[in-house]
Structure formats: structure tokens, C-alpha cells
Design a protein around this ligand. Structure first.
Ligand code: IPM
Ligand code: MG
Length: 364
């Protein structure tokens, strides 16, 4: 293993920079424990890139992302840029990175930290010990299908998008999901709308065709409307869920809310060669930006995923996850977390310092 790894940090907008700064410090510390040095460079994406360069994804950012071992992303977007046409919005920067780096496999774990069991909007017994992994296809489907647009003909406006998947796109995301299910409890649920949409009948067919290669995985299929209902009815019936880009976008927000704390959830977006981009699920939260209120834990857990999936350093990942759990167990809370009081409320910086303390104290 090389002793140096290159990281591109893209802090982005809103609370992105506030959570990125301590995340990089934590990453350096965790890597150093394994004798690994991280070289971290910074780039622009999203609204800050629009302001500085007139485009949400400058060519230099995409090139630097392609050259790095892994990319860390804070968040993009905010009300300042909402009036721009769709093709110039901050979100296009994110979509461009996903497409440009071919990050087809998006892992979104929804894990309920034991210390936050009371935080869910569902009854505690329905979610205690919840540990779901949503595997979302990220570079295809209706998000990227052509043709798309809004046209005017005969005084009539028409908006349209195309929901398209090739068999190879379905096969590669399904194989990632089967392999992840093998490493977990061996259950995989594929979500589609095969009763209405031909493209998702193909989805179901392709998933069934390769299922034979994974005899140790118990495969089931569910329509997306039912899956949404089951997620809020008995969420623990699920282990790994695999689905397309748009259904995954929606279901991953549902799953996130089951844990009651969006500020806790990391994500990984992976290419075929294992390189990836890691970002918290919470977004740019412009309402609390600059107020030292942001919860840095989702960003920290994204750093842990980076060590695990792109840098081949699972021990560093485990150390960070343990430090986060220990910090919560010790009672530290940012304003967004269940159980926060005047006595235990931390700022972004003091929460980060608490995690750093647990990381370095927990070191052997
Ligand atoms: C997500 C977000 C993005 C998406 C937006 C910001 C483009 O909602 O990562 O889930 O729809 O994929
Ligand atoms: Mg979303």
C-alpha cells in the first residue's frame, strides 16, 4: 500500500465548508495512525463555482477529481442560485461529477445510532437497531435520459423526460448490490414499478437473470409505492435495497428520516474501479450556514466510508465510526440531535473537537 493518498476536497456551499474543515483534520489524524499521509487539494463546485467561474463544474475541478484517489464533497446549492435556469444551477455540478466520474453506485446507509434511538418519528421499537443500505443507481435513469426538455408547439407547452436503462447499467448496479448483501445479512430487495413501466420490467428481468450467480442472497422484488409504505410500516424487514436513480432519491430520504437525524447520514458514490466521492446526505442547509450550528458527524462518517471503500483502510473507517459513537454515547449533541439541552449542546467546532479527542484517545 502506498503511503500517500490524494484527496480532492470540494467544500461547496452553505454548511459544506464548515463541516469540511474539521473532516479533513480528522481524516489526516486517522490516516496518520496507519502511517499514511493524505495530500488534500481543494476545488470549486456548485454555487461558489458559479460565483467564481460562471459554471457549477469548472473543467479544472472535474480533472482534479479524476486524478484524485477519492473526492470529499460538502454540499451544493442555496437560495441565491435558485432563479438560474436548470442547466446552470449548483446541482448540475453534482450531477456532472457523478456522470463525469462514472459514479454509478450510490450507497446510502440508514443506521440508527443507539444513542439516538428516541429520535425517530416512528415508535422506538420499530426502528431500534435499524441498519438499512440503499444502493441507488446514480448515472442513468430519468435523471440523465434523452430526449428531455420543455417545448412550445401550437401554443401548448410540453415538458418531457426519458426513463431509460440499458441492460448493462442494471446488471452492474445489481451486481454491486448482490455483493454488498453477501457481506451483510444476505437479503436484497429490488425496487421497481414493473406493473406500469417497461423500463423497470427490464430492470426486474435483468436482476433475476443474474440472481443465480449469488445463491447465498435471498432476492425479493417490490413495487416502489409498496416499498415506500413498507419502509414506514416495518422498516427492519429490509437489509439491502437496490433501485434506480429517481426511486432511490426518494426512498433514501424516507429511510434517512427513519433515523430521525439527517445530520448523521453519510453516502458513498462509487465507480467501477473503486474510486469514489463521499458526501453527507444533509445538503447545504443555508438557514444555519455560518452559525456554528451544523452537525459535522455525517461528513465525518462520509470520511469513514472513504477510508473503507476507496482507500483500502477499513481500520481507519472503524476508528472514526467508533469515535463518533463514543462522542454520542458521552452525551455530546449538536442542535439538530435528539437529547440536546442547554448543558450538552455543542457547536460545530466543539463537536468536532470531541470526536477528535475520542479518535486519538481510542488509538492503540
Ligand atoms: C440527492 C439530491 C440530489 C439528487 C440533487 C441535489 C440533485 O437530492 O443526492 O439525493 O436528486 O440526486
Ligand atoms: Mg435526494
Amino acid at each position: 500500500m502506498s503511503n500517500t493518498k490524494s484527496i480532492l476536497a470540494l467544500p461547496g456551499d452553505g454548511i459544506g465548508p464548515e463541516v469540511m474543515t474539521p473532516a479533513i483534520e480528522l481524516a489526516h489524524a486517522a490516516a496518520a495512525m496507519d502511517g499514511v499521509t493524505l495530500t488534500v487539494s481543494e476545488g470549486l463546485v456548485g454555487g461558489c463555482a458559479i460565483d467564481a467561474e460562471g459554471t457549477p463544474l469548472p473543467a479544472a475541478t472535474l480533472a482534479a477529481a479524476k486524478a484524485a484517489d477519492a473526492v470529499l464533497l460538502g454540499a451544493v446549492g442555496g437560495p441565491r442560485w435558485e432563479a438560474l435556469p436548470m442547466s446552470e444551477r449548483p446541482e448540475k455540478g453534482l450531477l456532472g461529477l457523478r456522470q463525469g466520474l462514472e459514479l454509478f453506485s450510490n450507497l446510502r446507509p440508514a443506521l440508527l445510532a443507539p444513542a439516538l434511538a428516541e429520535a425517530s418519528s416512528l415508535k422506538a421499537e420499530l426502528v431500534a437497531g435499524l441498519d438499512i443500505l440503499i444502493v441507488r443507481e446514480l448515472t442513468g435513469g430519468i435523471y440523465f435520459g434523452e430526449p428531455r426538455g420543455v417545448t412550445t408547439e401550437n401554443n401548448e407547452r410540453k415538458g418531457f423526460n426519458t426513463y431509460v436503462y440499458h441492460d448493462w447499467e442494471i446488471e452492474r448496479i445489481a451486481r454491486s448490490a448482490f455483493e454488498l448483501a453477501q457481506k451483510r445479512s444476505g437479503r436484497l430487495c429490488s425496487v421497481d414499478k414493473a406493473n406500469v413501466l417497461e423500463v423497470t420490467q427490464l430492470w426486474r428481468d435483468v436482476v433475476n437473470e443474474i440472481a443465480g450467480d449469488y445463491p447465498d442472497v435471498e432476492l425479493s422484488h417490490m413495487y416502489v409505492d409498496n416499498a415506500a409504505m413498507q419502509l414506514v410500516r416495518t422498516p427492519k424487514q429490509f437489509d439491502v435495497i437496490v433501485t434506480g436513480n429517481m426511486f432511490g432519491d426518494i426512498l433514501s430520504d424516507v429511510a434517512a428520516m427513519l433515523t430521525g437525524s439527517l445530520g448523521m447520514l453519510p453516502s458513498a458514490s462509487l465507480a467501477a474501479d473503486g474510486r469514489g466521492m463521499y458526501e453527507p446526505v444533509h445538503g447545504s442547509a443555508p438557514d444555519i450556514a455560518g452559525k456554528e450550528l451544523a452537525n459535522p458527524l455525517a461528513m465525518f462518517l462520509s470520511v469513514a466510508m472513504m477510508f473503507r471503500y476507496s482507500l483500502g483502510m477499513p481500520e481507519a473507517a472503524v476508528r472514526i465510526e467508533a469515535a463518533v459513537s463514543a462522542t454520542l454515547a458521552a452525551g455530546h449533541r449538536t442542535a439538530d440531535l435528539h437529547g440536546v439541552t442547554a448543558d450538552n449542546q455543542e457547536t460545530t467546532s466543539s463537536m468536532a473537537a470531541a470526536v477528535m479527542g475520542h479518535l486519538t484517545n481510542g488509538a492503540r
